[in-house]
Design a protein around this ligand. Structure first.
Ligand code: PLP
Length: 421
């Protein structure tokens, strides 16, 4: 008889410890590869983050010894997989400061979370003449789903303007709020300007008008601790892959009292209580909003990523990233012809820039030859770039494992490009 392979242990949460970027780098195998003959300098963290071996090993352990569908099977493997999945839900709830695990819905990522809210909450709560306020700063995934549901419900999507520094114009915001406002959809950190708006204050103001607030946390969660209860957010969305976890998994938080009123947006298995041709009844939330087989291994990976990140001192990470950002801003300012977009005092480490005489695609291509990965394009934030009269820009986005030496390499390569003409 083959020896029984025990189920892998759940990747355990560690008490928060210290933080150095070297500790983080040691855990991330991909940071030790070369690209075009140079050590990889990964400065495309706004697009996606690299994965620690703890996440990679958790995925391998799941598929090597624990793979099963969840909830439905009455066997050991199904029970174990279900436990892991629900442990993931509890970990996400604790990570976000949510009231309970049941206030977390698993989704593919931020985009799906926003679409879920638009299609479920929006379809039942928006009507002709209602306003959805959306800052010009937003990622397309926090604009287009609102435009789609607004078209169906004859509501309006109203842009909240930006000031010259790339901050949300708070006076304009206060003026736009009215009894018509049903929803304010804001990102907690901008993927293109790095701006961190005063979300807590904006949420409190929206609530005075009875509006709900959805916070897009895609660019926030990896950089600083989040507490949805303290923020007062009605909805909060994030993507695992921007948090050192696999692609295809993310989470939506919804206030329990709101979640209880939400209608299903997709039908299928897992979200029902009973199905008959005369009558179908639904499972309670969050399962109501999770039709079909979920991304089980993704949740296992997300749990491992949260445990990895929270094993460090998160305030130390935020302080380190702030210092690295200041260093990068000063170093990049020495490159002739380089302009950094946005100057909000409160920012994550995102440096979107233009370089006189070079289009963003050429800059990215040049840097890539030196093993430096940045992003060039519209960054899925065309209205934000249009605010600066631009269609495209280059973007270096930093994470906890980046170093000042990597910033120096970026700056040196940009200088060489500028000299090459
Ligand atoms: N919101 C912001 C601020 C983002 O930066 C992104 C991705 O870049 C998204 C939403 C969409 O995330 P995803 O593509 O993982 O759904």
């Amino acid at each position: 008889m083959p020896a029984e392979t025990a189920a892998p242990a759940l990747p355990g949460a560690q008490p928060p410890g210290t933080f150095t970027p070297e500790q983080a780098r040691q855990d991330i195998p991909i940071l030790h590869r070369t690209v075009n003959g140079h050590p990889l300098v990964w400065l495309d963290n706004g697009a996606t983050t690299q994965k620690p071996r703890q996440v990679i090993e958790a995925l391998s352990a799941f598929y090597g010894a624990a793979n099963s569908n969840i909830h439905r099977g009455a066997h050991t493997m199904a029970r174990e997989a279900t436990e892991m999945y629900e442990a993931g839900r509890a970990a996400v709830a604790a990570f976000l400061g949510a009231e309970a695990p049941e206030s977390i819905v698993f989704v593919r990522g931020t985009t799906e979370a926003v679409n879920l809210v638009a299609q479920s909450w929006g379809r039942s709560n928006l009507g002709p003449g209602d306003d959805i306020l959306v800052p010009v700063l937003e990622h397309h995934s926090n604009i287009v789903p609102w435009q789609m549901i607004a078209k169906e419900t004859r509501a309006r999507v109203v842009p909240i303007p930006l000031d010259a520094d790339g901050q949300i114009d708070q006076k304009a915001y206060a003026d736009l709020l009215s009894a018509r406002t049903q929803l304010v959809a804001i990102s907690q950190a901008s993927n293109v300007l790095g701006t961190v708006p005063p979300v807590k204050e904006m949420t409190a103001l929206a609530h005075r008008y009875g509006a709900k607030v959805l916070v897009d946390g895609a660019q926030a969660v990896a950089h600083f601790p989040v507490d949805v209860t303290d923020l007062g957010a009605d909805f909060y969305a994030f993507s695992g892959h921007k948090l050192f976890a696999p692609t295809g998994i993310g989470a939506l938080y919804a206030k329990p009292e709101l979640l209880a009123t939400m209608n299903p947006w997709q039908g299928g298995g897992n979200m029902i209580e009973s199905v008959g041709f005369d009558r179908t009844t639904f499972a309670p939330p969050p399962h109501l909003l999770e039709a079909g087989t979920g991304h089980i291994s993704g949740v296992v990976g997300l749990l491992a990523a949260i445990n990895w990140l929270t094993s460090f001192d998160r305030n130390a990470i935020a302080a380190y990233e702030e210092a690295l950002m200041t260093y990068a801003q000063q170093a990049m300012a020495t490159v002739p012809g380089l302009d950094i977009l946005g100057a909000a005092p409160d920012r994550i480490a995102v440096l979107t820039f233009t370089l006189a005489g070079h289009d963003p695609a050429t800059i990215a291509d040049w840097l890539d030859r030196d093993g430096i990965a940045i992003r060039a394009g519209h960054h899925c934030a065309q209205p934000a770039l249009a605010h600066y009269g631009l269609e495209f820009a280059a973007r270096a986005s930093l994470a906890l494992y980046n170093t000042s030496e990597e910033v120096d390499q970026l700056v040196a390569s940009l200088r060489r490009l500028q000299q090459a003409g």
